[in-house]
Design a protein around this ligand. Sequence first.
Ligand SMILES: C[S@@+](CC[C@H](N)C(=O)[O-])C[C@H]1O[C@@H](n2cnc3c(N)ncnc32)[C@H](O)[C@@H]1O
Length: 242
Amino acid sequence: MSTPPPRVDYNAVHDELAHQQPEAISAMFGRVAQRYDLLNRVISGGLDLYYRRQLVHAVNAQKPRRVLDLATGSGDVILALKRNSAYAETAVGADFCLPMLQQARAKGAPNLTAGDAMRLPFPDASFDAITISFGLRNVADRRAGLAEMRRVLRPGGRAYVLEFSHPPSWLAPAYFWYMRHIMPFFAQFFTSERGAYEYLGDSIKAFLPQAALAGVMRQAGFASASWTNFTLGIVALHIAEV
Ligand SMILES: C[S@@+](CC[C@H](N)C(=O)[O-])C[C@H]1O[C@@H](n2cnc3c(N)ncnc32)[C@H](O)[C@@H]1O
């Protein structure tokens, strides 16, 4: 019989993330790793699977030779890329949180490596595509992360950033109020992890809206950056080309 994972103090986690210390971010994901997939399904009502399918569909249209799934976490994206034969040669998954990588390995994810998005352990121009799904928001220095993605992509390569984003202004106040005050009650009911949802809503609100993220991607050296909204912009897929 497996031991139940330790309870997480998400208020402390939120304080840590407010200071964006990479060690604290990695430690937080290490503490939630065993429940991460369940939390994902509950948070999104299963919609996260749909968003990842859209990401895989976009990569499939490019059919890269070598793809890096950055902040691969428990491996859902790299596994979906593999299942859908979305790349011609190799997929590599990188994350700096070992317990998350252990979850990915247990699910059969291929080619996993420990690596920090801000200092990628790969030579210049070594991938045709990079995916990062619900990861960039958690990277302490996003500009450094995007510059590293740009560095390891080949000319003509593409970065695919799937991330929570901002709904239109008429919906935003109600959406963020719901995320901060109602969603945590659902969380408590389903998972006893109310604080995780409080953190999630706050971090989404603080993250770059669609056009701002596209601008930061261009500043990081990408030649173009565009996005597609899902669910009225609650989630967006940015695609940037070198
Ligand atoms: C919300 S999870 C997303 C996991 C997965 N991509 C998915 O779609 O479910 C965020 C992941 O980003 C990773 N992460 C955050 N900052 C990172 C960094 N600087 N370098 C590598 N991984 C990082 C965390 O360890 C965690 O596994």
